[in-house]
Design a protein around this ligand. Structure first.
Ligand SMILES: Cc1cc2nc3c(=O)[nH]c(=O)nc-3n(C[C@H](O)[C@H](O)[C@H](O)COP(=O)(O)OP(=O)(O)OC[C@H]3O[C@@H](n4cnc5c(N)ncnc54)[C@H](O)[C@@H]3O)c2cc1C
Ligand code: FES
Length: 293
């Protein structure tokens, strides 16, 4: 019996090359705080197009970082500076700890960039509101940097970030720069602080929304952090007359392939790795916040 292969189905399969890691060398590691570090990586492939591939990422996309013999994990792209790719990582388990133990000069594998990022170009002429908590700031930092550098394209820029203690805030100097030089409204909240510091509020990031100055009918909201925080923020935005069609959020799931092939990250009809991690809220509303999805 002869088997007919339908090539129009095959074109939707990911390229094999996307499963093959590109070598990268650790040039520098910044220890941001206990267990939290930023890797500065040089792409050291023989193929020059690989450098362009990693340099031209969309804000909000991720790469898969691997150590041979240990494993591979998805990590958001924090930035690209002086020819080096930056990833900020919290040591939580096997692979993230092994990455933390690497010395400069070590080689790792990289696949990416993958997924859908923040559609910043659709937000021209609008107020931008970034709502993040904990390490949720990592997937938006490149987008904030871009928005601040192209401020003339937007109206107000409001940045809200929540942490447990003020010492947990990553990149304090960036927030100061965005506030002072970027002319943005930057509001910070610490939920477990016992004394109030200058520029800080006591409480949750969602409580900052009441203090945010923006036009609810001309704004685009970008959120990243624990889903419980994003659900609370959605409720508060609704109270403040922001339509849910203005909301975009970045989701986290356990990824294996990162390419929509293995099914590990399914959310209803979507693959978070391929159709996300950034989603337009109305697209995923029926599944968002429900356990088991
Ligand atoms: C799109 C995307 C972007 C991400 N960006 C970043 C980033 O910029 N920086 C960063 O530090 N982390 C990021 N993560 C989370 C990171 O991928 C996980 O922390 C990592 O996979 C843990 O792997 P491990 O082998 O070190 O730990 P493991 O030994 O696999 O797990 C340690 C603990 O973390 C839990 N865990 C594992 N994977 C996930 C996951 N995907 N989501 C939630 N809990 C998980 C496990 O249940 C376990 O409790 C991102 C995840 C996704 C999906
Ligand atoms: S991680 Fe394999 S389908 Fe998403």
């Amino acid at each position: 019996m002869s088997v007919v292969l339908h090539t129009d189905h095959m074109v939707h399969l990911p390229k094999v090359a996307s499963f093959v890691p590109v070598p990268a060398r650790l040039i520098k590691k910044d220890q941001e705080s206990d267990g939290l570090y930023t890797l500065h990586l040089e792409i050291c492939s023989q193929q020059p197009e690989h450098i362009q591939q990693f340099a031209r990422f969309q804000f909000g996309q991720f790469n898969m970082l691997s150590i041979m013999g240990i494993g591979e994990i998805p990590i958001s792209i924090m930035g690209w500076q002086d020819g080096l790719l930056m990833h900020t990582i919290r040591s939580v388990g096997r692979v993230s700890e092994a990455l933390n133990n690497l010395q400069p000069g070590s080689q790792i594998g990289l696949r990416g960039p993958f997924g859908q990022g923040w559609p910043l170009t659709d937000f021209t002429g609008r107020d931008l509101i970034f709502i993040t908590a904990g390490l949720g700031c990592a997937p938006v930092v490149a987008a904030i940097n871009y928005a601040v550098a192209h401020k003339q394209q937007y109206r107000r820029i409001v940045i809200l970030q929540g942490v447990k203690h003020h010492q947990d805030l990553l990149w304090q100097s960036k927030y100061d720069e965005w506030r002072d030089k970027g002319d943005c409204q930057v509001l910070l909240a610490a939920s477990e602080e016992n004394k109030r510091k200058y520029h800080w509020r006591l409480g949750l990031v969602t409580e900052l929304l009441e203090l945010a100055e923006f036009d609810p009918s001309h704004c685009s909201v970008m959120m990243c952090g624990p889903e419980i925080m994003m659900l609370a923020a959605l409720k508060q935005l609704n109270k403040q007359q922001v339509d849910e069609s203005e909301v975009y959020l970045s989701l986290e799931r356990n990824f294996q392939c990162g390419l929509g092939s293995c099914g590990h990250c399914q959310l209803g009809p979507y693959f978070v790795c391929k159709d996300g991690p950034v989603f337009h809220y109305p697209q995923i509303k029926p599944w968002f916040g429900h356990t088991g999805f």
